[in-house]
Ligand binder design. Sequence first.
Ligand code: SF4
Length: 465
Amino acid sequence: MSTDSAIKFKPYTHHTIKAAPQWGKIPQDLQETVSVVSRVLPFRVNPYVMDELINWDNIPDDPIYRLTFPHREMLHAAEYEALRELVLVQQDESKIETMVRDIRMRMNPHPAGQMTHNVPYLDGRPLSGLQHKYRETVLFFPKAGQSCHAYCTFCFRWPQFVGMDELKFDAQDASDLVEYLKRHPDVTDVLITGGDPLVMNTRALAGYIEPLLAPELAHVQNIRIGTKSVAYWPQRFVSDKDADDLLRLFERVIDSGRNLALMGHYNHPAELRTAIAQKAVRRIVGTGATLRMQAPVIRHISEDPKGWAELWTTGVKLGAIPYYMFVERDTGPSHYFELPLARAYEIFQAAYQQVSGLARTVRGPSMSAHPGKVVVDGIVTLGGEKVFALQFLQARNADWVRRPFYAKFDSQATWFDQLVPAFGQEKFFFQEKSSWSERSSLERHLPLLALKRSLEPQATPADIC
Ligand code: SF4
């Protein structure tokens, strides 16, 4: 067991935040904002985030405060004023409930049918705790892992955390996953995701992971775990009472001959400046697991290329691998957090130019759109036309990957479905009838419903977390 002084995990929510020692440091207008906006969107912090990551002399502009505490502008001005009146003046719970529901429905809680897309079937039964989008990779959502040590204000999993149960996808145990994998020998990767699977204790996590190590699943070579605990609760790997047990579990996976990859969600370099966060990285990679770094680029939080360069450089020094810079998605308070693709590209390029080759493993800015992961490779002028140069890093149809294609430049576009083909073309190459009819082996396994929806832009939450 580690000798680090252990602080106990204790989440603060909108019910309990007033008991936090820092509450008195928050000016009254910002306290009011927390009380109002957290009625609509999920809010959760913990003592580590509040004591070690937020600079209270710089609120509300401190990036970790922006990342975890709600802001007035996350709601439209009229919505905020109306809800404020109900919450703080009238205190009418019935009217509050109605208004909160209306605002949530306005926020696109069902981005592009993500509940139905990619859901695989077993003997005609949909498996709601699994997603299978790309041939090699299955995503698995363990029921006990569907929360996080703190919540990101931009989170596009927000409906999962506010009791909108119809949007939840989770699996009680690993039995369906194991059976599905037995029947799909072309699956090499399982991504265990959430929320954050590492909110589970080690015993519960082992109950999901150990069945994957069975000899009949030898084709599953890579087990990935999507997690934000490396940033929001690094104690999970260092001083929690079962932290050492967790590392032993990682070693059992490695000893079984598999690769274990932690997909670490780091939004800002401040998350990797503390001694315990750095120790967590060293302990993880010391087991033989790999730790990859990924996050979306977010307005108000991570617009500084120097910050990304520091994050990737520090990560490489500690043994982590920069992996993805994503683009913020169209759900929840995205109007407050999204950036134009052109700006996201500028930030990525400026950050990339500052780091050594070892950190240039990072890809971005990447949109997890419906057809696949589309990266903005550049902004160029070809034949007199200014265009975005794009390509798929991953795609439903493997033939599309790494085929350059071009979209008309649009300085305001923030997402893939806002782009149109360049050079007067009517369709992108993958929208041609012949391309769509070339179904991948995965698509042939998917239900008709998924195929019908295949022209919708969409992504899975686990692409980010
Ligand atoms: S973005 Fe990821 S880590 Fe952040 S609250 Fe959402 S699911 Fe959790």
